[in-house]
Design a protein around this ligand. Structure first.
Ligand code: FE
Ligand code: FE
Ligand code: ZN
Length: 274
């Protein structure tokens, strides 16, 4: 069965997210490891984690995707900001050791006037500090839209990060459909060509998860505005072609569309029906 779900609020704990996922027909989900604007994570609730593990096993949920706060910048020019990103990621990974076998997705970061090459070096430096603590968690670089000075909108940039990492076996990529389209990859008219390029540059074996979003803007806009499935410039047929592609259909796909739970339930049914 397809692994499809959506982004859920983690404020009521893991068991609650599992129950919400089942209630909307999902068998995976994504959550922020802490307030996306930063700040301390809540103390670990061992009882909630144990209850979730049993519930997930019973209902066939997972793998799931933990999303780092999007405010982290692993390639910030300021050393203090990089230290904050590194320590937050280390803390997140130590927590995720309680839910082994899942994914930890992060935005590579923005180089902010340092240039892409310098950004790539700093991202790899952060990864080299955190990957030894990843345990059984695979850390995912998210494909980015190329808004501002974001690193990771070109497959070559993600490849360059992977090449500079000492433990690449713990590293994967999460393909965000809105972001790659916004970055200029034509998944509407040439999905095969885009996936062939991904395979040639990064390798499809690195592709571990999908963010399934339509885009409010045309191809190459670099704006990063998600739309509901079928309500944007990618359109439903192209999005269904992505999740049903033989190279991707076994991967967990999380919707990050502007929806409430009932909207997510509708979109999950739409994907399962397609
Ligand atoms: Fe993201
Ligand atoms: Fe995303
Ligand atoms: Zn986005």
């Amino acid at each position: 069965m397809q692994k499809i779900g959506c982004h859920l609020s983690s404020s009521k704990g893991f068991l609650h997210m599992g129950e919400e996922a089942v209630s909307i027909g999902a068998n995976t989900f994504q959550f922020f490891t802490r307030n996306p604007r930063g700040g301390a994570a809540k103390p670990l609730d061992e009882a909630d984690l144990a209850a979730y593990r049993a519930f997930a096993a019973e209902h066939g949920i997972g793998p799931i995707i933990a999303h780092a706060p999007y405010t982290l910048n692993t390639c910030a020019a300021d050393e203090g900001l990089r230290t904050f990103a590194r320590e937050t990621m280390l803390d997140d990974l130590r927590r995720l050791a309680h839910l082994p076998g899942n994914f930890y997705n992060f935005h590579p970061g923005s180089h902010v006037k340092q240039g892409t090459e310098a950004g790539i070096d700093l991202i790899a430096e952060t990864l080299n500090a955190v990957l030894p603590e990843a345990g059984e968690t695979t850390v995912l670089l998210e494909t980015m839209a190329g808004k501002g000075s974001e690193v990771g909108s070109r497959f070559e940039e993600l490849r360059a990060v992977i090449d500079r990492v000492e433990r690449p076996e713990r590293l994967g990529v999460c393909l965000d459909t809105c972001h790659v389209f916004d970055a200029g990859y034509d998944i509407v008219n040439d999905l095969e060509g885009v996936l062939a390029e991904f395979d040639r540059i990064i390798g499809l074996k690195r592709l571990c998860a999908v963010h399934l979003n339509d885009s409010m803007n045309p191809i190459g806009s670099h704006k990063d505005r998600h739309a509901c499935l079928g309500a944007g410039h990618i359109g439903l047929p192209a999005l269904l072609a992505v999740v049903n592609h033989p190279a991707l259909c076994g991967l967990p796909a999380a919707l990050e569309t502007p929806n409430d739970l009932s909207g997510y339930a509708r979109e999950i049914a739409l994907v399962r029906g397609g």
